[in-house]
Every structure is written in C-alpha cells, then in structure tokens.
Ligand binder design. Structure first.
Ligand code: SF4
Length: 230
C-alpha cells in the first residue's frame, strides 16, 4: 500500500464533519474520465502511516473523522490494518470505494471499522455499459454484492455517480436508478474535463439543467439526492 496524499483538514468530504483525508495510490479500474490519473498510476510519494497517526493524535481536539480515498483503497489488503490503527485513535472513518472488493468491504463493516461508505456507481449494472465506464472488463456481480452488503449493513452510505456524456445519458441513468431503487442517498456529480485519465475525454460536460432533470428523476427512486460540481 502506498499513501500518495494526506489532506490535513477537509470540510467537504464528509458533510458536517471536520475530517482529514488519506489518499491511497493505485486503482483496479481505469475510468477514462478519472480526475486523479496521478493516483491511478501510483505516484512516487509514499507517506509513512506513522506520520499520519501522529498528526491525528496531536489534533484530536478538532479532528473528528478520517476519509480514506484514492485511487481505490480496497485493492490493498493492508487497508484493514491501517483502519484498525486509525480506529484506535477513536476517530470516525469514511471509506470511498468503487465497490469492486465486496469481501473486504464486508470484513470492514462486520468488524465495525467504518462508519460511512461512499460508493461510486458509474453506470447501470450491465456488463457492457459498466465496463465502458470503468475502462476494464467488469464483473458487475461484485458491484451488486457490495450494494447488497451496504444495504443490509445499517451503516450510512451514499452513492456517487459522475455524469459523463458518452458514458451515461438520461435513459441509462434511469436504468441505473432502477438498480439502486430504495437507496437512501445519492450524489450526482458533474464531470470535470480539465484533467482526465484518457486525454480524449476532454469533452464538454452536460449543462446544469440536464443534471437537475436527472436529480428530479432520481428523487422518484432515492430519498435524498444532491448535485455537486457547480
Ligand atoms: S474514477 Fe475510476 S479510475 Fe479513478 S480512482 Fe475512481 S475508480 Fe479508479
């Protein structure tokens, strides 16, 4: 596991919490629209976890939580140990994931090591559509299983979907909503073409009204829907 980044304070990555954020390098997906190609390929930087643990310990008066993001944190088997060590400091933990490691997700939830999960769902759970969005051949049953684990876990989780022209449109978005029917919270994220893993993705994002319409449709399936990125 390589820790490629550490954000000392963030108020945006866990609503209502004063958090810090740990960014793990590497990802098992290659989403063409990914805004963190530096993390997907794995930068040289490798921050010692001991430095992070020390910082959190020394700043416990204002830090309540740690967001673990990437890249894809769950592709690292030693994530479990990192979270266990963080947990000993009595901070809340949020995990950002693409949902492709249901077993590890299940282990972490079963051991009560995470308090919140944000799962990126990129497309309807259809092998062709999902593989196009993720840039690799995806076994959608793994994603379906992660969603089922989250649904049955009782922990807070939210679904985040980046709306990328050419990957998702209103019709496929409705298909995606049918796969997620009954979920509690969704973030509809505007696509940012400034930095992308695939340079050919420098395309114009949908205008805001398109996302607003998607959000209105989503409210028929999901309790709480928010739009981000404007
Ligand atoms: S957007 Fe895709 S490629 Fe980028 S970190 Fe997330 S899952 Fe990995």
């Amino acid at each position: 596991m390589r820790i490629a980044g550490f954000v000392k304070t963030t108020l945006q990555d866990w609503e209502g919490k004063n958090a810090c954020m740990v960014l793990l390098a590497g990802c098992n997906f290659k989403c063409p629209y990914c805004n963190r190609p530096d993390l997907v390929s794995g930068p040289e930087e490798d921050i010692d976890p001991a430095t992070i643990l020390k910082y959190i310990k020394e700043n416990k008066d204002f830090l309540e939580a740690v967001v673990i993001s990437g890249g894809e944190p769950t592709m690292h088997s030693d994530l479990y140990k990192l979270i266990t060590d963080l947990r000993k400091l009595k901070v809340k933990i949020k995990l950002d994931t693409n949902g492709y490691s249901p077993d590890l997700l299940d282990d972490l939830i079963g051991a009560k090591l995470v308090d919140k999960v944000c799962i990126n769902i990129m497309a309807p759970l259809d092998p062709v559509l999902y593989s196009k969005a993720a840039g690799i051949d995806v076994d959608v049953e793994r994603i379906r299983r992660s969603l089922k684990i989250l649904d049955g876990s009782g922990i807070t989780y939210e679904i985040r979907t980046v709306i990328v022209p050419g990957i998702i449109n209103h019709e496929s978005f409705v298909k995606l909503l049918k796969d997620l029917d009954g979920s509690k919270s969704m973030i509809i994220q505007q696509f940012d073409p400034r930095i992308t893993l695939d340079p050919k993705m420098k395309i114009t994002p949908y205008p805001k009204p398109v996302l607003v319409k998607m959000a209105e449709t989503a409210k028929g399936y999901i309790e709480r829907v928010r739009i981000r990125g404007f």
